[in-house]
Design a protein around this ligand. Structure first.
Ligand SMILES: *Cc1c(COP(=O)(O)O)cnc(C)c1O
Ligand SMILES: [Zn+2]
Length: 420
């Protein structure tokens, strides 16, 4: 196994602590001796999980694991009907141990940090990376330092990072500022950087691709749709599919389809121009805080994934994201944070535009759990209505019609209830 620059193909040992090519600054990929990989996981009668595919992961020691991966792939008939396609699956990554797919990357990344002898791990984060890093560092018995952008990190995520004992620092700036600073910090100090620029972390995340194939009976879907922020996950999943294609486990790589938020869509813009380079967005803004990123570090890998798989990119508004979040919750019982719902909103838009055909077999990835961002939920659903402890007051609320939820019952009704 070794590291290879995706631009100039320079090679580095996997025991070196580097994150980008020292010759040209390009991103790095982990390359294996593919002729020596044990593929017997195909025959194992074992449920999917990150470490089921250990022969294709870059860790030699006993991994730091809290049982990540193995998330359900739900067949979503009601939502498919609403959107107008025949076969839709949702892979709910919100059901990982900390409530997001970041656990897949961190179980591998933190295990690698130990293998490399590192005592402190660090990241910049829109929230989920910090929660996941804190938990794996705790389990490994090492320190974690996380930098968060001021004011925009969902409550549930900060709570996790704090409770599991990370050193949590909020900076007066956005994610892109935090990322620049944490890179500098890791250069100066003996800290191991576990943002998605770290190629070992992405190796863990490629198991989403492996699991989809495994769960569909070793067959590939036509398309995979997912939200894109720093663009590591779409790159990782594409690498997973490419490896399975290299082994002839699948015939075709699914069309990789990346969805961004209108207020933070440099990859969508680059794709629209047919470009392989992005123009960073200076002031990214969206309700989907996990993808509020203006300068995605993995853009070159992500654009390659989209072009090479004949995929596409789309952008969606906050309103479309919130509507999709409600549809998923109310039609399928799948509770997700806003960024995750971008995948559904993007699918809907692309079906309406005729870019995605109704007979395609589509997998959407929902990246994080609803409970990560309870404040957003109250913001879009309203607070529950409060009445006196009185049966008539409750009856009055229940029989009120004309509102989709009791939470937005009108002032008049509230007054009626209070007056009683
Ligand atoms: C991290 C994250 C994303 C974005 O993934 P990238 O690899 O940065 O593109 C999307 N949704 C959720 C919930 C996340 O935590
Ligand atoms: Zn290079």
């Amino acid at each position: 196994m070794f590291l290879e620059c995706i631009e100039c193909k320079a090679e580095y040992s996997d025991t070196e602590i580097i994150y980008t090519c020292q010759r040209c600054g390009g991103l790095l990929d982990v390359i294996y001796d593919y002729s020596k990989i044990d593929l017997s996981f195909q025959k194992l009668n074992q449920p999917p999980s990150v470490w089921k595919y250990a022969s294709l992961l870059p860790v030699k020691r006993e991994p730091i694991s809290i049982k990540e991966g193995g998330t359900p792939l739900y067949k979503c008939g009601r939502l498919a009907k609403q959107i107008g396609i025949h076969e839709l699956y949702v892979k709910h990554e919100g059901l990982n141990p900390t409530g997001s797919f970041k656990d897949r990357g961190m179980t591998v990344g933190v295990s690698k940090a130990l293998e490399l002898g590192m005592k402190t791990v660090a990241c910049a984060s829109t929230g989920n990376t910090s929660a996941s890093l804190a938990i794996y560092a705790a389990k490994a018995g090492i320190s974690a330092v996380v930098l968060l952008p001021e004011g925009k990190v969902a409550m549930g995520k900060v709570a996790q990072a704090l409770m599991h004992g990370a050193k949590v620092i909020t900076i007066r700036g956005n994610f892109d500022d935090a990322f620049r600073l944490v890179r500098e910090l890791c250069e100066q100090r003996d800290f191991y950087l576990l943002n998605s620029i770290n190629p070992f972390r992405l190796e863990g995340q490629k198991t989403i691709g492996f699991e989809i194939i495994d769960q569909l009976g070793w067959k590939s879907p036509d398309r995979v749709v997912l939200p894109v922020g720093n663009a590591g996950n779409i790159s990782a999943i594409y690498k997973g599919f490419s490896e399975f294609k290299g082994f002839d486990i699948i015939d075709e790589i699914p069309r990789m389809t990346g969805i961004q938020s209108e207020g933070a869509c440099p990859i969508f813009n680059a794709f629209k121009r047919g470009d392989t380079k992005i123009v960073p967005e200076k002031n990214p803004e969206t309700v989907a805080s996990a993808i509020r990123i203006g300068d995605p570090v993995n853009a070159p890998k992500a654009l390659r994934a989209i072009y090479d798989s004949k995929g596409t990119a789309e952008k969606v508004s906050d309103e479309e994201i919130i509507e999709a979040q409600k549809s998923l919750a109310r039609l399928e019982g799948i509770g997700v944070e806003p960024a995750s719902a971008a995948s559904i909103a993007g699918l809907k838009k692309l079906v309406e535009k005729g870019v995605i055909q109704p007979d395609e077999r589509v997998v959407c990835i929902t990246t994080g759990h609803l409970l990560k961002d309870p404040e957003e939920v109250i913001g879009v659903c309203g607070k529950p209505i409060e009445v006196e402890a009185d049966i008539d007051a409750i009856r009055a609320v229940i029989s009120y019609e004309g509102s989709e939820s009791l939470g937005v019952a009108p002032m008049m009704l509230q007054k009626v209830c209070k007056d009683r």
